[in-house]
Each structure stands twice: as structure tokens, then as C-alpha cells.
Design a protein around this ligand. Structure first.
Ligand code: SF4
Length: 300
């Protein structure tokens, strides 16, 4: 197969664009789409200090590499933040990858662990309990990232969420019938105490991120988290991948439909004003933040 832009051999087919691209044109196309997402959503300004969440998995590793490249001429500062949830036999490998990629790019890296922040590893939190590990993990990870970003003086947190993650989240909220949460999903206004989060890879399919990592020599192959199969997300992911292979463009159209709903509901007030948690001071809806609420239950 020949590249649609030149006479080189194509390395990837973007079926929904009807394009076959060689390595050089794929990298150019990928980085242009990320740069457009950043610009369109006004994600960064000169003077920003951006905490990039780098788990050491393929998405966050590619994100750090890509931001380092496309923001090279901008007056912004990147710092890599890695959350160690404390998942035996899984997180240690990815921590090494995160350290290696940050070191290679000359970017400061900081690690924040559940044990240091909350007194427990994720494994301890969920052991012998009938709870969904991803629920605990998601709550504490968001909180740990926010705390570390503030300590580092960052005014943005960039995460490696991709098109697949976004479409899965939208679908999960539909399936749960949680339309309020769905409408709060995006866009967000700034809230006191909460470092704004941005997702520069939100329009890029997961497979293309893997290819981008491979062709740039930063592909981080990691094992799946041992808790991943216990989540609703795993089933939704399986379903959406099946639909995407039968009907290419399904994930994009899921997000386009969601965007239309957001626009139709623009006047509805769905964003809640956040207060401060009475225990830790982190931003929250009620009087206790979700992380402290879960911690209290764990300590009971
Ligand atoms: Fe955490 Fe669940 Fe992801 Fe594992 S799969 S890292 S438990 S959110």
C-alpha cells in the first residue's frame, strides 16, 4: 500500500479519513491533530506549568513525547507526575518506563503514591472487600494528581485520555442513565482548588497512539492491570471495539453526538459549585470529598 501523500510505503490506514500514510506523514498528521485539539480548546497559554500525568503506559508515554515536541517553541514548562497506586506485579514495571521516558526527554518527574497520601496501597484498600477497585483507584488517582499538581505549582494537568476512553466514558454514562454526570463531562469551568485538566489526545484513537509510540521508539508495552477486567469499562471497551471494526467511525460519531447534546443543553446548569472538604481541604461537592469518604469507610 502506497502513502496517499507521497510514493513511500504506507504504515497505517486511517479508514475514517480514507487515508494511507507513510511513517513521516503519519507523524505529521498525528501531531497536527493534537496541536489542533490544543488550539481549538485553548488548552495551554504561555507561562503555563503543565503537570503531565505519566503512568508509563503507552498513551501517557506518547503524550509526554508529543507535548515535549509540539510545545518545544512555546513558553511552557512540563513536569511529569506518576501516580503509584500500589498494585503488586503491575505498577513497578510502568514506573520504570515513566522514569526512563522523563529522563530521556530531560523532564522533571515526581511520583505520588496512594500509600504516602492516604496510608494504604490500592491492593490493601480492596483486599477482601466487595468493591470495584477501579472506583477506588479513579477517586484517589484524581485526588493525588490534583494534590501533587498544586504542590508543584502547576496550573494545568494533562492526561493521556484518548478517543476510545472518551467514547467509553460517554457510553458508560448513557448505560447508567447518569445524564447529569454525562453533561458535566465536558466542557468544564475553573473551580477553586481544582487544577484544570486537559486531554490533548482526546480525538486520537488508541490504536494510532500505539503506532505513534512505535514509530517514535517510545512504545511502552505494558501488561493489563489485574483489576481491569472487573470494571464496566472493560465490557464497554469490548463492545465498542466490536462496533468500530464493523462500522468504522463509531467512536468518532459517539463523541460527535455527545457534543451535540452538550450544545443543546448549554443553558442547563449542570456544573456544580465546589466547596472544600472539611478533612483535607480538596475541592468537593459535599462536605467530605469522595477520597476522604472512602478513607473513612476503609478505617471503620
Ligand atoms: Fe486503576 Fe482500574 Fe486502571 Fe487498574 S484498571 S489502574 S484499578 S483504574
Amino acid at each position: 500500500m502506497i502513502c496517499s501523500k507521497c510514493s513511500e510505503q504506507a504504515v497505517v490506514s486511517l479508514r475514517y479519513f480514507g487515508l494511507h500514510l507513510c511513517q513521516a506523514h503519519f507523524i505529521e498528521n498525528f501531531e497536527r491533530r493534537v496541536a489542533e485539539t490544543i488550539e481549538k480548546n485553548g488548552m495551554f497559554r504561555d507561562g503555563d506549568r503543565i503537570a503531565v500525568a505519566v503512568s508509563g503506559g503507552k498513551d501517557s508515554t506518547a503524550l509526554l513525547f508529543c507535548l515535549h515536541k509540539i510545545l518545544a517553541k512555546r513558553a511552557v514548562d512540563l513536569v511529569a507526575v506518576t501516580v503509584d497506586e500500589g498494585i503488586a506485579g503491575y505498577r513497578d514495571d510502568t514506573l520504570k518506563v515513566a522514569r526512563e521516558i522523563a529522563g530521556r526527554l530531560g523532564i522533571e518527574q515526581q511520583i505520588v503514591s496512594f500509600r504516602e497520601e492516604y496510608g494504604f496501597d490500592l491492593d490493601e484498600m480492596v483486599q477482601g472487600k466487595d468493591v470495584a477497585p477501579c472506583t477506588f483507584c479513579g477517586v484517589f488517582r484524581k485526588s493525588a494528581l490534583n494534590r501533587m499538581a498544586k504542590r508543584l505549582g502547576a496550573n494545568k494537568v494533562a492526561t493521556g485520555h484518548n478517543l476510545d476512553d472518551e467514547a467509553q466514558s460517554v457510553m458508560m454514562n448513557y448505560l447508567k442513565g447518569d445524564i447529569e454526570r454525562l453533561l458535566r463531562f465536558r466542557p468544564r469551568r475553573e473551580q477553586p482548588g481544582l487544577v484544570p485538566r486537559v486531554k490533548p489526545l482526546q480525538c486520537i484513537p488508541e490504536k494510532e497512539i500505539a503506532i505513534y509510540g512505535m514509530v517514535n521508539g517510545v512504545f511502552a508495552e505494558s501488561r493489563e492491570c489485574p483489576y481491569a477486567h472487573l470494571s464496566l469499562r472493560a465490557d464497554v471497551r469490548y463492545m465498542m471495539n466490536g462496533l468500530e471494526s464493523l462500522f468504522p467511525g463509531t467512536k468518532q460519531s459517539t463523541m460527535q453526538g455527545f457534543q451535540k447534546i452538550v450544545e443543546m443543553a448549554r443553558d442547563k446548569r449542570v456544573q456544580i459549585d465546589l466547596g472544600a472538604c472539611r478533612m483535607c481541604g480538596e475541592p468537593c461537592v459535599k462536605d467530605l470529598c469522595k477520597a476522604c469518604e472512602l478513607l473513612c469507610k476503609l478505617k471503620e
